[in-house]
Write a new protein. Structure first.
Length: 136
């Protein structure tokens, strides 16, 4: 026997079970729709460290070429740190904008669902009144 079950057979079995139970089949994708907080944090740390390392590398290279060891190393390390911070803040702004857009979409969907429920309730009330008129 193989260690892993056949995924196609499992999907077919799951579809049959959902059909028997009367529940809709939920499609699963291999991609995740968003990033976890840990992934975002690691991305920001990497952006900061990359900017700092590039600045240190450029500064050290210039100091070795020009023979002024600590001067350019310090200047470009600070510039690299500032560039890393700027990149990190841009990522945070991008994530915040994406979260705000998702919240607005969720709010709009909830408002549409509430409007649909209200219309359905009004239609049910009208049908109940119509039935009451025919009986009475």
């Amino acid at each position: 026997m193989a260690g892993e079950p056949d995924p196609d057979r499992l999907r077919a079995l799951e579809a049959r079970l959902h059909q028997i139970k009367g529940t809709p089949v939920v499609e699963r994708t291999n991609t995740v729709k968003g990033f976890s907080q840990g992934e975002v944090a690691w991305r920001m740390v990497i952006e900061l460290c990359t900017g700092l390392m590039l600045g240190v590398g450029i500064g050290y290279g210039l100091d070795v070429l020009l023979g002024t060891l600590p001067v350019f190393l310090i200047i470009f390390a600070l510039i690299g740190f500032a560039a890393g911070i700027k990149t990190m803040l841009g990522t945070a702004r991008q994530m915040a904008d994406k979260a705000a857009a998702q919240a607005a979409e969720d709010t709009r969907a909830a408002a549409q669902a509430a409007e649909h429920t209200k219309a359905a309730a009004q239609a049910a009330g009208a049908r109940a009144a119509q039935v009451a008129d025919t009986e009475g």
